[in-house]
Design a protein around this ligand. Structure first.
Ligand code: NAD
Ligand code: UDP
Length: 324
């Protein structure tokens, strides 16, 4: 295993970023975590704060950054629809200006750079499952566009830096990923359902609940990231990283209710605009090129995630009791 690199992780205090920082530190690298703490939290990386190989910098990637690094994982960007729609102009800036700044840093330092792109580049897909050669079906002017089009433009920038400057780029298209350390107020479906189930509150299904998603457990995803970064220089991606198991939101809700033993009822709410109807990655490229495929089944990953939220909500309740 190669050790001792200096690695920048933007968005490193977020859900995925914090797992990535931990993994890289455990492998003996130096990690610089850059985050503006919009959705990230210091507590996500609390275990690393005393490690002399770990450094955290409060910085917004829409502004230039001057560091000396060997590798860059560019994860900075809110991922949950409620968070990325809170300030959509900032979301586009984060993807586009953030990519320009991080690509500029990679160009100056000769660093390898990996972009955390998304299955949202496929929009509401007309082909199923989604392969990397599908160009997508994205609304350019809707409420999700700041995220989808921002990420698409970031991919364009990555490939232009590769063609124009021969920069070693890696583009991962991540499908819905879940696990411990998601925020209880994150708004994405897995954390919403689990928190609602644990509190015996209604499970909010948007629309009919027949829409599908594929859910990847966080540790599987991080393994895919690291394999992609270490792949040979000619592997640029884009490469799908996700779990090909496909579930309707009704199936997910029922599984969460079963695993939590909850008394929650199911409640339907309006479907958000442009909500994709189906989503499943074709991961043959990742299997072939990276020798990667996810190992954690949804049921298993949910059990671990439920345990995390159960403890977290317990701590919150204890604090509330202490204050009362
Ligand atoms: P997250 O919201 O937990 O993490 C994003 C991190 O980026 C946070 O720590 C946030 O504070 C930080 N950030 C946001 N804007 C920033 C800015 N301008 N400058 C510096 N830091 C900034 O979300 P996540 O699920 O960990 O997602 C991480 C990355 O992976 C994102 O780029 C997201 O688009 C991508 N992704 C995630 C998923 C998923 O299902 N989790 C799916 C597809 C793509
Ligand atoms: N969803 C839902 N109830 C919720 C939150 C989300 O039914 O409380 C649905 C949402 O409409 C979408 C799916 O779950 O069809 C996944 O939503 P999420 O925000 O997690 O991810 P994305 O839509 O970006 O894939």
């Amino acid at each position: 295993m190669d050790t001792g690199k200096r690695i920048l992780v933007t968005g490193g205090a977020g859900f995925l970023g914090s797992f990535l920082c931990e993994r890289l530190i455990a492998e003996g690298h130096e990690v610089i975590c850059v985050d503006n703490f919009f959705t990230g939290r210091r507590r996500n990386v609390a275990k690393l704060l005393d490690d002399r190989r770990f450094e955290i910098i409060r910085h917004d990637v829409t502004f230039p950054l001057y560091l000396e690094v060997d590798e860059i994982y560019n994860l900075a960007c809110p991922a949950s629809p409620i968070h990325y729609q809170f300030d959509p102009v900032q979301t586009t800036k984060t993807s586009v200006h953030g990519a320009i700044n991080m690509l500029g840093l990679a160009k100056r330092t000769g660093a390898r750079i990996l972009q955390a792109s998304t299955s949202e580049v496929y929009g509401d897909p007309e082909y199923h499952p989604q392969r990397e050669d599908y160009w997508g079906h994205v609304n350019p002017i809707g409420p999700r566009s700041c995220y989808d089009e921002g990420k698409r433009c970031a991919e364009t920038l990555f490939f232009d830096y590769w063609r124009q400057y021969n920069l070693p780029i890696k583009v991962a298209r991540i499908f819905n990923t879940y696990g411990p350390r998601m925020r209880p107020d994150d708004g994405r479906v897995v954390s919403n359902f689990i928190v609602q189930a644990l509190e015996n509150k209604p499970i909010t299904i948007y629309g009919s609940g027949e829409q599908t998603r594929s859910f990847c457990f966080v540790t599987d995803l991080i393994d895919g990231f690291v394999r992609l970064m270490r792949s040979s220089k000619d592997v640029t991606g884009p490469i799908n990283l996700g779990n090909p198991g496909e579930f309707t939101m009704i199936e997910l809700a029922k599984l969460v209710v079963e695993l939590t033993g909850s008394r929650s009822a199911i409640e339907h709410r309006p479907l958000p605009t442009d909500d994709p109807r189906q989503r499943r990655p074709d991961i043959s490229r990742a299997q072939e090129v990276l020798g990667w495929e996810p190992k954690v089944a949804l049921r298993e990953g949910l059990v671990e995630t439920i345990r995390y939220f159960d403890e977290l909500l317990g701590e919150v309740a204890q604090r509330a009791e202490a204050v009362a």
